[in-house]
Write a protein that binds this ligand. Structure first.
Ligand code: P6P
Length: 333
């Protein structure tokens, strides 16, 4: 079968639709190369000497794993010299990072969670990298937080790498969602699925059910009805999955449908939710919407939110259109 690499795909998309300017193509290829390096580091496991805690914590006061810090470094170094970026922001850095003075600056901003789900690293469960691309506003430095505070609808591109049995890169530049699988012999990402679409209905939900007593009533009602199965009002049985790696759970949903929920709960209501808007919820929402799904806080479209802080947290309910719309309708009633 004729293989199309990420580079060829990006060039052919640019030729066909003119959406991927050279600097954006460079950015996406640099991020893909960084994800290859992260995949190699993650894949070494205990042999790489990078498991366990780094002994530091991030702005959310969560213990950082050595691989969190390493993955962050890999993405910073990979993106420093290309001249395509005005600045970078990461879950693992309190403040945005400027491009070193010795390198030229470009017009894009890159935001990322370098290793999402890293609590799963030490137990050998899939983790991933999530990234979002914005344009740097005119006249604003890419090292200033305010440059990044743009709604998800302004994203130029978004994607994630999932380090599972295979390493995959899932990408959108605003015209569909496309999947690339890492060919380890060639060392390149090869197109394995174009225009992924999420089924509008599903029988599979993903939520950390141990938080049930902390959820708001609409979510308690929705999940209870799903668990009541065909004897209940839904008239069908549901299945449940919770990997506790957003990338793994969302990738399953992009691949075969489902609903991913990390709703507001009494434990996180003060912080606004558990997951981060700028480099988790927004990029995943872009992917989900481009694949025909819906991504909501329960009360509003995630990508419409005007961010106030770089590390802002939000409730997340995303996936199969008809099911997410049902959860949203319960919030409205
Ligand atoms: P819990 C990983 O730490 C993460 O940010 C997401 O990837 C994941 O969906 C969620 O938190 C898991 O949270 O409360 O189930 O451990």
């Amino acid at each position: 079968m004729k293989t199309i690499t990420l580079t060829q795909f990006l060039i052919e998309e640019q030729r066909a639709k003119g959406e991927i300017k050279p600097d954006l193509r460079l950015l996406l290829e640099v991020v893909a190369r960084a994800c290859k390096r992260i995949s190699i580091a993650v894949g070494k496991g205990a042999l790489g000497g990078v498991l366990g805690d780094a002994g530091t914590s991030n702005i959310q006061d969560e213990a950082q794993k050595k691989l969190d810090v390493l993955s962050n470094e890999i993405l910073l170094q990979a993106n420093a010299w290309g001249g395509h970026l005005a600045g970078l922001a990461s879950e693992e850095m309190d403040e945005p990072s400027a491009i070193p003075d010795e390198y030229p600056k470009g017009g894009y901003l890159l935001l990322f969670d370098p290793l999402d789900g890293s609590s799963n690293i030490d137990v050998n469960v899939s983790v991933g990298t999530i990234f979002s691309v914005l344009r740097c506003p005119e006249g604003v430095s890419g090292s200033e937080e305010k440059a990044f505070l743009q709604p998800g609808t302004t994203q130029v591109a978004a994607g994630y790498a999932v380090y599972g049995p295979s390493t995959m890169l899932i990408l959108t530049v605003g015209s569909g969602v496309h999947a690339f699988t890492l060919d380890r012999e060639q060392g390149s990402f090869v197109l394995t699925e174009r225009d992924m679409m999420i089924p509008e209905d599903t029988k599979e939900i993903a939520i950390n059910a141990s938080n049930e007593r902390h959820w708001e009533a609409p979510v308690q009602r929705y999940v209870k009805e799903c668990f009541e199965g065909k004897e209940g009002v839904r008239g069908k049985d549901f299945n449940m999955r919770w990997v506790a790696s957003m990338v793994a759970d969302v990738h399953r949903i992009v691949t075969r449908g489902g609903v991913f929920m990390y709703p507001l709960d009494a434990k996180t209501v003060k912080q606004g939710g558990k997951l981060r808007l700028m480099y988790e919820a927004n990029p995943m929402s872009f992917i989900i919407e481009q694949a025909g799904g819906v991504a909501s806080t329960g009360r509003e479209r995630i990508m419409d939110m005007q961010p106030h802080k770089l590390h802002q947290r939000v409730p997340v309910i995303m996936g199969s259109k008809n099911e997410v719309e049902k959860v949203v309708s319960y919030h409205a009633s």
